[in-house]
Design a binder for this molecule. Structure first.
Ligand code: IFM
Length: 455
């Protein structure tokens, strides 16, 4: 299968293949070596927040198994590894003193990747804000913007000479909406005006961080990662189409219009009314600071139904263990749309993958559904490329089974199985497929370069 699949779908020579994780979801070592608490440590301790009552205390114990996990990455043959830094591990209070042991961990991670020929793709904020900053108002407070800019510069100062890319925020919509409006994620607040203020501060801190990083001569390529999806009306009714337009406004245009056009969409501002964020002169200009790449996380599309607040209407497609519809053509549609509607820099799919109920039998996990999910989404990227969209890379979510936030450990997204009792790692069939597919990509690259050299 990888051979015929690889033959069918062509990717440019510099296309980057990777896998992704995040600090809180895999590291564990929640209070080790001077790490401060994050809002997710606190959230997990609140009864009823996490489906299985678990926490990130141990997770995949990656903090203590770094070398083994680096070897695992090397065995897959990826070009790049996307990881995030736990802000409270390196700067326990979110400002002031840095924690040398925490920084040392990421130093070893970055050097270990480079020693194995893997490019480090670093994310600064994958949701685990230091609790000390939340106590001062968190992302709803404008001062956190400057704290983030200082943190970004501190990381770049310590690691930036060895990084391929720095992503400011992962999925600002999730932080704002799920953390501050629906309250199902940390810090668990439920107020729309706060959520919109948070979204503005995240975007502002992104733009100001890019400016500051460039001013200090950062060598890394800089960007942000958005979770995006096409919003389709469940029926052709006027009401469903209006709802789809609003959902597109809140999820896609709110972020993309701000980043690439320097203004929030008028229809969404009108809808928000008094819940719209407070802005200061110069904010929108800062938010449009040019990016070197745009990262997109894609899992499914949105189905907007005016009669169902949860948009849960059945639509006939298979779903993953998260209940998310499998809709790879939505990825091609989204990439074409971003390319058409915005002056986007080269785009990466920075996360794509699926949770399924995996079973480990005799040392194997036959996760054919995940393999098919990944293959069909890689084909969707190839389709976008064929239609002229400048795509720079694709990363599977996730390297390892891990802590899936409010769902705890029951949902397994990894291409590598983790036995949480023993911490044993086992490559699932999807990982073996991805590894073989990447080998073929490399072989093709090598033969293209050989042919060019012979010309
Ligand atoms: O696990 C998450 C990740 O942290 C952010 N993007 C979506 C993934 C799956 O839910």
């Amino acid at each position: 299968m990888p051979r015929s699949f690889a033959r069918k779908h062509a990717f440019p020579a510099g296309f980057v293949w990777g896998v992704a994780t995040s600090s809180f979801q895999i590291e564990g070592a929640a209070a080790a070596d001077g790490k401060g608490p994050s809002i997710w440590d606190d959230f997990c301790r609140r009864p009823g927040t996490i489906a299985d009552g678990s926490s990130g205390d141990v997770a995949c114990d990656h903090y203590h198994r770094l070398e083994q996990d680096l070897d695992l990455l090397a065995s897959l043959g990826v070009d790049a590894y996307r990881f995030s830094v736990s802000w409270p591990r390196v700067q326990p209070l979110g400002q002031g003193a840095w924690n040398p042991q925490g920084v040392g961990f990421y130093d070893r991670l970055v050097d270990g990747l480079l020693a194995r020929g893997i490019q480090p793709y670093l994310t600064l904020n994958h949701w685990d804000l230091p609790s000390a900053l939340q106590a001062r108002g968190g992302w709803a407070e404008r001062d956190t913007v400057q704290r983030f800019v200082d943190y970004a510069c501190g990381i770049d100062h310590r690691l930036g000479d060895r990084l391929a890319t720095i992503t400011t925020h992962n999925e600002p919509w999730v932080i704002a909406t799920m953390g501050h409006e629906t309250g199902v994620f940390a810090p668990g607040l439920r107020d729309r005006a706060t959520a919109m203020q948070v979204s503005h501060h995240l975007l502002l801190s992104h733009g100001l961080a890019l400016r500051a990083l460039r001013a200090q001569g950062s060598k890394a390529r800089l960007g942000i990662v958005l979770n995006l999806a096409p919003a389709h009306p469940a029926t052709d009714s006027e009401a469903d189409r209006t709802k789809a337009r609003l959902e597109d406004g809140l999820l896609v245009r709110w972020y993309a219009d701000a980043l690439f056009k320097g203004a929030y969409p008028i229809d969404v501002l009108a809808h928000l009314g008094a819940d719209a964020p407070h802005m200061r002169p110069g904010d929108m200009q800062a938010i449009t600071e040019p990016m070197d790449f745009l990262g997109i996380n894609y899992y499914t599309r949105l189905m907007a139904s005016a009669s169902d607040p949860f948009d849960a209407g059945a639509n006939g497609y298979d779903v993953t263990d998260m209940g998310w519809e499998i809709y790879p053509q939505g990825l091609t549609e989204l990439l074409l749309r971003m390319h058409r509607d915005y002056a986007v820099p080269p785009m990466y799919v920075k996360e794509n993958g699926a949770a399924f109920k995996d079973v480990l039998v005799d040392g194997r996990v036959h996760d054919e559904q995940r393999r098919n999910y990944i293959a069909s989404h890689i084909a969707a990227v190839a389709d976008a490329l064929r239609q002229g969209v400048p795509m720079a890379g694709y990363m599977v979510w996730s390297l390892l089974d891990n802590f899936e936030w409010a769902s705890g450990y029951a949902k397994r997204f990894g291409i590598v199985h983790v036995d949480y009792a023993t911490q044993a790692r086992t490559l699932k069939d999807s990982a073996l497929w991805y590894r073989d597919f990447l080998r073929l990509q490399r072989a093709r690259r090598a033969s293209v370069s050989a042919a060019l050299a012979a010309e």
